[in-house]
Write a protein that binds this ligand. Structure first.
Ligand SMILES: [Zn+2]
Length: 292
Protein backbone atom coordinates (compact mmCIF):
# COMPACT_ATOMS: atom_id res chain seq x y z
CA UNK A 1 0.00 0.00 0.00
CA UNK A 2 2.84 2.34 0.82
CA UNK A 3 4.44 1.69 -2.57
CA UNK A 4 1.16 2.44 -4.32
CA UNK A 5 0.86 5.62 -2.28
CA UNK A 6 4.30 6.79 -3.34
CA UNK A 7 3.57 5.91 -6.97
CA UNK A 8 0.36 7.91 -6.91
CA UNK A 9 2.13 10.74 -5.18
CA UNK A 10 4.62 10.75 -8.04
CA UNK A 11 1.84 10.88 -10.59
CA UNK A 12 0.26 13.72 -8.71
CA UNK A 13 3.51 15.66 -8.64
CA UNK A 14 4.08 15.12 -12.35
CA UNK A 15 0.50 16.03 -13.07
CA UNK A 16 0.77 19.16 -10.94
CA UNK A 17 3.88 20.19 -12.88
CA UNK A 18 2.11 19.70 -16.17
CA UNK A 19 4.17 16.65 -17.11
CA UNK A 20 1.25 14.25 -17.42
CA UNK A 21 -1.86 16.24 -18.02
CA UNK A 22 -0.21 19.05 -19.95
CA UNK A 23 -2.22 21.58 -18.01
CA UNK A 24 -0.70 24.75 -16.69
CA UNK A 25 0.80 24.47 -13.27
CA UNK A 26 -0.04 26.96 -10.57
CA UNK A 27 -3.17 27.88 -8.70
CA UNK A 28 -5.30 28.49 -11.76
CA UNK A 29 -5.62 24.87 -12.85
CA UNK A 30 -7.04 23.53 -9.64
CA UNK A 31 -10.59 23.77 -10.84
CA UNK A 32 -9.88 22.05 -14.14
CA UNK A 33 -8.42 18.82 -12.82
CA UNK A 34 -10.42 18.70 -9.61
CA UNK A 35 -12.14 15.44 -10.61
CA UNK A 36 -8.88 13.80 -11.41
CA UNK A 37 -7.18 14.84 -8.20
CA UNK A 38 -10.26 13.88 -6.21
CA UNK A 39 -10.02 10.36 -7.60
CA UNK A 40 -6.35 10.15 -6.90
CA UNK A 41 -6.90 11.45 -3.40
CA UNK A 42 -9.41 8.69 -2.76
CA UNK A 43 -6.88 6.08 -3.73
CA UNK A 44 -4.19 7.80 -1.76
CA UNK A 45 -6.16 7.75 1.47
CA UNK A 46 -4.53 4.51 2.49
CA UNK A 47 -1.08 6.01 2.41
CA UNK A 48 0.64 6.27 5.76
CA UNK A 49 0.44 9.12 8.23
CA UNK A 50 4.11 9.88 7.72
CA UNK A 51 3.51 10.56 4.09
CA UNK A 52 0.65 12.88 4.94
CA UNK A 53 2.86 14.73 7.40
CA UNK A 54 5.59 14.96 4.82
CA UNK A 55 3.13 16.41 2.34
CA UNK A 56 2.10 19.08 4.75
CA UNK A 57 5.53 20.06 5.94
CA UNK A 58 7.61 19.85 2.80
CA UNK A 59 5.19 20.36 -0.02
CA UNK A 60 2.73 23.00 1.04
CA UNK A 61 1.51 23.62 -2.51
CA UNK A 62 0.59 20.03 -3.05
CA UNK A 63 -0.88 19.65 0.42
CA UNK A 64 -3.10 22.56 -0.47
CA UNK A 65 -4.11 20.76 -3.64
CA UNK A 66 -4.91 17.56 -1.75
CA UNK A 67 -6.94 19.48 0.74
CA UNK A 68 -9.03 21.05 -1.99
CA UNK A 69 -9.57 17.78 -3.77
CA UNK A 70 -10.59 16.14 -0.51
CA UNK A 71 -13.17 18.85 -0.07
CA UNK A 72 -14.36 18.20 -3.61
CA UNK A 73 -14.59 14.48 -2.90
CA UNK A 74 -16.53 15.13 0.30
CA UNK A 75 -18.99 17.30 -1.60
CA UNK A 76 -19.39 14.72 -4.32
CA UNK A 77 -20.20 11.84 -1.98
CA UNK A 78 -21.64 12.79 1.41
CA UNK A 79 -20.74 10.21 4.01
CA UNK A 80 -23.34 7.80 5.30
CA UNK A 81 -24.14 8.08 9.01
CA UNK A 82 -21.51 6.33 11.10
CA UNK A 83 -22.24 3.76 13.76
CA UNK A 84 -21.60 5.03 17.30
CA UNK A 85 -18.30 3.75 18.72
CA UNK A 86 -17.87 5.96 21.81
CA UNK A 87 -20.08 6.96 24.72
CA UNK A 88 -19.93 9.76 27.26
CA UNK A 89 -18.75 8.79 30.75
CA UNK A 90 -19.74 10.25 34.12
CA UNK A 91 -16.80 12.68 34.08
CA UNK A 92 -17.58 14.09 30.60
CA UNK A 93 -14.94 12.10 28.79
CA UNK A 94 -15.50 9.30 26.28
CA UNK A 95 -14.97 5.57 26.32
CA UNK A 96 -15.17 2.99 23.54
CA UNK A 97 -18.46 1.13 23.30
CA UNK A 98 -16.80 -1.99 21.93
CA UNK A 99 -13.30 -2.38 20.62
CA UNK A 100 -12.65 1.16 19.39
CA UNK A 101 -9.29 2.76 20.17
CA UNK A 102 -9.48 4.18 23.73
CA UNK A 103 -6.65 6.70 23.27
CA UNK A 104 -8.67 9.54 21.79
CA UNK A 105 -9.38 13.17 22.65
CA UNK A 106 -12.33 15.31 21.61
CA UNK A 107 -11.78 18.92 20.54
CA UNK A 108 -14.56 21.40 21.24
CA UNK A 109 -14.73 25.11 20.45
CA UNK A 110 -17.23 27.15 22.50
CA UNK A 111 -18.62 30.67 22.07
CA UNK A 112 -18.61 30.39 18.29
CA UNK A 113 -18.82 31.72 15.65
CA UNK A 114 -17.15 34.91 16.85
CA UNK A 115 -14.05 36.50 15.31
CA UNK A 116 -11.94 33.39 14.76
CA UNK A 117 -14.33 30.46 14.38
CA UNK A 118 -14.14 30.15 10.61
CA UNK A 119 -10.35 30.35 10.59
CA UNK A 120 -10.21 27.75 13.36
CA UNK A 121 -12.46 25.48 11.33
CA UNK A 122 -10.19 25.90 8.31
CA UNK A 123 -7.10 25.14 10.39
CA UNK A 124 -8.72 22.00 11.78
CA UNK A 125 -9.96 20.93 8.36
CA UNK A 126 -6.47 21.34 6.88
CA UNK A 127 -5.12 19.14 9.67
CA UNK A 128 -7.93 16.62 9.14
CA UNK A 129 -8.88 17.20 12.80
CA UNK A 130 -12.55 16.81 13.79
CA UNK A 131 -14.19 19.01 16.45
CA UNK A 132 -17.56 20.25 17.70
CA UNK A 133 -18.30 23.97 17.48
CA UNK A 134 -20.67 25.05 20.27
CA UNK A 135 -22.62 28.05 19.06
CA UNK A 136 -24.40 30.96 20.77
CA UNK A 137 -27.46 32.60 19.24
CA UNK A 138 -26.17 36.16 19.59
CA UNK A 139 -23.36 35.37 17.15
CA UNK A 140 -25.74 34.30 14.40
CA UNK A 141 -28.19 37.22 14.31
CA UNK A 142 -26.43 39.09 11.52
CA UNK A 143 -26.12 37.85 7.94
CA UNK A 144 -22.35 37.77 8.49
CA UNK A 145 -22.79 35.58 11.55
CA UNK A 146 -25.13 33.24 9.70
CA UNK A 147 -22.59 32.95 6.90
CA UNK A 148 -19.87 32.04 9.41
CA UNK A 149 -22.08 29.32 10.83
CA UNK A 150 -22.83 27.96 7.36
CA UNK A 151 -19.13 27.95 6.51
CA UNK A 152 -18.12 26.04 9.64
CA UNK A 153 -20.90 23.53 9.01
CA UNK A 154 -19.93 23.18 5.34
CA UNK A 155 -16.35 22.47 6.36
CA UNK A 156 -17.77 19.37 8.02
CA UNK A 157 -17.95 20.31 11.70
CA UNK A 158 -20.98 19.41 13.84
CA UNK A 159 -22.69 22.39 15.45
CA UNK A 160 -23.51 22.16 19.15
CA UNK A 161 -25.98 24.25 21.18
CA UNK A 162 -24.35 26.61 23.75
CA UNK A 163 -27.59 28.61 24.39
CA UNK A 164 -29.03 31.68 22.77
CA UNK A 165 -27.36 34.36 24.91
CA UNK A 166 -24.76 32.52 27.02
CA UNK A 167 -26.89 33.09 30.09
CA UNK A 168 -26.46 31.27 33.37
CA UNK A 169 -29.37 28.82 33.17
CA UNK A 170 -30.03 28.48 36.94
CA UNK A 171 -30.90 32.20 36.97
CA UNK A 172 -33.66 31.78 34.40
CA UNK A 173 -37.33 30.77 34.44
CA UNK A 174 -38.31 27.60 32.62
CA UNK A 175 -39.76 29.66 29.79
CA UNK A 176 -36.50 31.55 29.43
CA UNK A 177 -34.45 28.36 29.51
CA UNK A 178 -36.62 26.94 26.77
CA UNK A 179 -35.97 29.96 24.58
CA UNK A 180 -32.24 29.70 25.31
CA UNK A 181 -32.09 26.04 24.29
CA UNK A 182 -34.98 25.09 22.01
CA UNK A 183 -35.11 28.58 20.50
CA UNK A 184 -31.47 28.26 19.49
CA UNK A 185 -32.03 24.85 17.93
CA UNK A 186 -34.83 26.34 15.84
CA UNK A 187 -32.58 29.19 14.79
CA UNK A 188 -29.67 26.92 13.88
CA UNK A 189 -31.96 24.63 11.91
CA UNK A 190 -33.22 27.60 9.89
CA UNK A 191 -29.66 28.41 8.87
CA UNK A 192 -28.02 25.02 8.27
CA UNK A 193 -31.04 22.72 7.99
CA UNK A 194 -30.06 20.55 10.96
CA UNK A 195 -30.71 20.58 14.68
CA UNK A 196 -27.72 20.24 17.02
CA UNK A 197 -26.97 16.82 18.50
CA UNK A 198 -24.80 18.18 21.33
CA UNK A 199 -25.52 20.59 24.18
CA UNK A 200 -23.16 22.38 26.52
CA UNK A 201 -24.49 24.86 29.09
CA UNK A 202 -22.62 28.13 29.64
CA UNK A 203 -20.23 27.76 32.61
CA UNK A 204 -21.29 24.10 32.75
CA UNK A 205 -24.34 25.17 34.80
CA UNK A 206 -27.41 23.05 34.16
CA UNK A 207 -30.78 22.72 35.84
CA UNK A 208 -33.12 19.74 35.99
CA UNK A 209 -35.17 21.52 33.36
CA UNK A 210 -32.25 22.22 31.00
CA UNK A 211 -31.29 18.55 31.27
CA UNK A 212 -34.85 17.64 30.41
CA UNK A 213 -34.89 20.00 27.43
CA UNK A 214 -31.62 18.63 26.11
CA UNK A 215 -33.07 15.11 26.36
CA UNK A 216 -36.30 16.13 24.64
CA UNK A 217 -34.25 17.66 21.85
CA UNK A 218 -32.23 14.43 21.52
CA UNK A 219 -29.03 16.27 22.37
CA UNK A 220 -26.13 14.74 24.27
CA UNK A 221 -25.40 17.05 27.20
CA UNK A 222 -21.74 17.45 28.09
CA UNK A 223 -19.42 19.59 30.13
CA UNK A 224 -15.69 19.02 29.63
CA UNK A 225 -12.56 17.39 31.06
CA UNK A 226 -10.29 20.43 30.96
CA UNK A 227 -9.69 23.79 29.36
CA UNK A 228 -7.40 26.74 30.01
CA UNK A 229 -7.88 29.48 27.44
CA UNK A 230 -9.97 31.71 29.72
CA UNK A 231 -7.19 31.97 32.32
CA UNK A 232 -5.01 35.01 31.90
CA UNK A 233 -1.86 32.91 32.19
CA UNK A 234 -2.89 30.99 29.07
CA UNK A 235 -4.04 33.85 26.89
CA UNK A 236 -0.88 33.22 24.95
CA UNK A 237 -0.58 30.72 22.11
CA UNK A 238 2.64 29.04 23.29
CA UNK A 239 1.56 28.68 26.91
CA UNK A 240 -1.84 27.45 25.86
CA UNK A 241 -0.54 24.89 23.36
CA UNK A 242 1.86 23.62 26.03
CA UNK A 243 -0.71 23.16 28.80
CA UNK A 244 -3.40 21.70 26.51
CA UNK A 245 -1.03 18.92 25.49
CA UNK A 246 1.03 18.46 28.66
CA UNK A 247 -1.55 18.81 31.43
CA UNK A 248 -1.91 15.82 33.76
CA UNK A 249 -5.62 15.91 32.98
CA UNK A 250 -5.05 14.61 29.47
CA UNK A 251 -6.09 10.97 29.41
CA UNK A 252 -8.04 8.53 27.27
CA UNK A 253 -11.27 10.04 25.99
CA UNK A 254 -10.55 13.53 27.33
CA UNK A 255 -13.04 16.22 26.33
CA UNK A 256 -11.03 19.38 25.58
CA UNK A 257 -12.67 22.78 25.95
CA UNK A 258 -11.42 25.70 23.91
CA UNK A 259 -13.01 28.94 22.72
CA UNK A 260 -13.28 31.13 19.67
CA UNK A 261 -10.39 33.36 20.79
CA UNK A 262 -7.34 34.86 19.17
CA UNK A 263 -4.72 32.98 21.22
CA UNK A 264 -6.59 29.71 20.91
CA UNK A 265 -6.79 30.19 17.16
CA UNK A 266 -3.03 30.78 17.13
CA UNK A 267 -2.35 27.71 19.28
CA UNK A 268 -4.72 25.33 17.52
CA UNK A 269 -2.34 23.76 15.02
CA UNK A 270 0.24 23.08 17.73
CA UNK A 271 -2.42 21.59 19.98
CA UNK A 272 -3.49 19.18 17.25
CA UNK A 273 0.12 18.22 16.49
CA UNK A 274 0.98 17.89 20.17
CA UNK A 275 -1.95 15.60 20.95
CA UNK A 276 -1.13 13.42 17.97
CA UNK A 277 2.53 13.26 18.89
CA UNK A 278 1.45 11.93 22.29
CA UNK A 279 -0.41 9.18 20.48
CA UNK A 280 -3.97 10.53 20.73
CA UNK A 281 -6.40 10.23 17.86
CA UNK A 282 -8.81 13.12 17.61
CA UNK A 283 -12.28 11.78 18.25
CA UNK A 284 -14.72 12.16 15.38
CA UNK A 285 -17.97 13.47 16.93
CA UNK A 286 -19.87 11.42 14.35
CA UNK A 287 -18.73 8.32 16.28
CA UNK A 288 -20.21 9.53 19.58
CA UNK A 289 -23.46 7.94 20.75
CA UNK A 290 -26.20 10.59 21.01
CA UNK A 291 -29.82 10.22 22.20
CA UNK A 292 -32.23 9.00 19.55
ZN1 LIG B 1 -19.20 29.59 26.72
Amino acid sequence: MKRLGIFLLLILVLSACGGVSGQDSGEGDQGKNKDQTAQETDEKKDSTEEEKEENKENKPEKAEKNKESEEAAAEASPEAPKEAQYQLTGNWSFEPINDAEPKVALLTIDDAPDEHGVEMAKTLKAADAPAIFFVNGHFIDSEEGKEKLRKIHELGFPIGNHTMTHASLPDLSQEEQKEEIVGLNDKIEEIIGERPKFFRAPFGQNTDYSEQLAAEENMLLMNWTYGYDWNEEYMDADNLADIMVNTDLLGNGANLLMHDREWTNDALEDIVKGLRSKGYDLLDPALIKTPE
